[in-house]
Design a protein around this ligand. Structure first.
Ligand code: ARG
Length: 465
């Protein structure tokens, strides 16, 4: 009986072709082509390992490595575009390799399964993405730090419960986001170590009968270690979930600052104006200038959280070891990576050139409230009045001022002294917003001295990483 080519890439066990809709349903080539560079690199290391251990000859290994390199060039030149018939990127590469170097191409898959192969590819991909995102975080921090440096002495109302609380140095406010980005960076660094473990050589699930050298292929690929259990090696996706947690937290932070920009750009706050390079107009209301960038970032956060949730649910009921469900990890991961990168880039540009702080509005805002009330109480407490007593007294003063449409600074010295005999002429200096901010010189506080030091510390942390 003449042997016709197998209807699909896997084996001669099958007699008829897949239903076209099922072939489409089963295929991952539409998205896992994003792994191709990592697949080629992983396969080159595998081939070298096969050569070194004598499972194939070293000449064979060299030819395979060269063939894979040729596919890389074809792909980069736009000449390698496998279609649905390839099923996935792994089969696509093996098939092309066999076209290029003949039957030798069929030796590449010795002592390997697509299960350990795809796990290797995904880790190599994520490793690179983590480093890229870390670099973007550094960029984001640098833009915030530059902005902070120019705004150490710009005051902005500080809020709790979105009610005016105490005035702040604008730099201090921005530095809070530098600190969040620092934790994001650290978290990625810690996760990197667990992403960077090689499953290659776990085989389909149980290891292999060939005398492979897993440590050698891991070393070639720059992995920090190898999975010690083959079942775990092919079915672990903890590293992807950890990454999605870290990605979600980055999005939480970007979404929070986005929300602030949206508020600040509103007519009601008017703390910032949006430059033309980062704002968009309305199709019907000619007066509008919309903060689309921060709104999109805020919106996209939900997508990334969704991928985290999706991946947790994907994993929770999976028996060992590989199950095809795992093919679903990729689109979630790719979309989370692409979303985080796009949001970091857009937010960095927004803060670099898309916002102008309206310092005159900010200066007026910090003059026009009772955000210095704590300082009146602190003033009395520093003169020996028990804080709680001072606090109660100032509460009454604020109430009176509100009913008379006055601010604390409008009270005459006589009025102050009627309230408490410890008030003296220096009360006016003590409650001026600049002084209110400067005086909070405790470590980590908003006092100008602290803020200048915090900027230096943050720059130092960035330099030393
Ligand atoms: N495309 C598959 C995936 O992404 C590759 C692994 C296939 N393994 C298998 N046993 N069918 O998960």
């Amino acid at each position: 009986m003449a042997t016709s080519p197998a209807p699909q890439p896997w084996s001669q066990r099958f007699e008829s072709a897949l239903h076209p809709a099922i072939a489409q349903f089963n295929a991952s080539i539409g998205f896992d082509i994003a792994l191709i560079e990592y697949d080629l690199t992983g396969s080159q290391a595998h081939a070298q390992m096969l050569g070194k251990t004598g499972i194939i000859t070293s000449e064979e290994a060299t030819k395979i490595v060269q063939g894979l390199e040729q596919i890389r060039q074809e792909y980069r030149n736009g000449e390698f575009n496998p279609g649905i018939e390839a099923e996935d990127v792994h089969f696509a590469v093996e098939r092309r390799l066999t076209e290029l170097i003949g039957d030798l191409g069929k030796k590449l898959h010795t002592a390997r399964s697509r299960n350990d192969q795809v796990g290797t590819d995904t880790r190599l991909y994520l490793r690179q993405q983590i480093r890229d995102i870390q670099a973007q975080l550094r960029q984001w921090q640098t833009v915030l730090l530059d902005l902070a440096e120019t705004h150490v002495e710009t005051l902005i109302p500080g809020y709790t419960h979105l009610q005016r609380a105490q005035p702040l140095s604008l730099a201090h406010h921005l530095l809070a986001y530098v600190a969040m980005a620092e934790r994001d960076w650290q978290r990625l660094d810690e996760i990197y170590a667990r992403v960077n473990i090689s499953p290659l050589g776990s085989g389909a699930l149980a290891g292999t009968t060939f005398p492979i050298d897993r440590h050698y292929s891991a070393e070639l690929l720059g992995f920090g270690g190898v999975y010690g259990n083959s079942l775990d090696g092919v079915s672990d996706r903890d590293f992807a979930i950890e990454f999605l947690c870290a990605a979600s937290l980055i999005m939480v932070h970007l979404s929070r600052i986005s929300e602030e920009v949206i508020l600040w750009a509103s007519e009601e706050f008017s703390f910032v104006s949006l430059t033309d390079s980062c704002a968009t107009g309305s199709s019907i209301m000619p007066q509008k200038k919309n903060p689309d960038v921060p709104e999109l970032v805020r919106g996209k956060a939900g997508r990334v959280f969704g991928h985290l949730q999706g991946m947790l649910v994907l994993m929770k009921g999976l028996p060992l070891a590989y199950n095809k469900d795992l093919q679903e990890d990729k689109e979630a991961l790719f979309d989370a990576v692409n979303t985080v990168k796009a949001c970091l880039e857009a937010t960095t540009i927004l803060f670099q050139e898309g916002l102008v702080f309206r310092t005159e509005r900010l200066a007026a805002a910090v003059e026009a409230d009772f955000a210095n009330a704590t300082d009146v109480a602190d003033y009395l407490a520093a003169k020996g009045v028990p804080f709680r007593e001072a606090y109660n007294l100032v509460g009454k003063v604020v109430k009176t001022c509100v009913s008379q449409g006055k601010l604390l600074k409008d009270l005459t010295l006589g009025e102050w002294q009627v309230l408490h005999e410890r008030f003296e002429g220096d009360i006016y200096a003590a409650i001026a917003p600049r002084q209110v901010v400067a005086a909070r010189n405790s470590y980590g506080g908003t006092g100008f001295e602290q803020v200048r030091q915090a900027i230096q510390e943050a720059r130092g942390a960035i330099r030393s990483s």
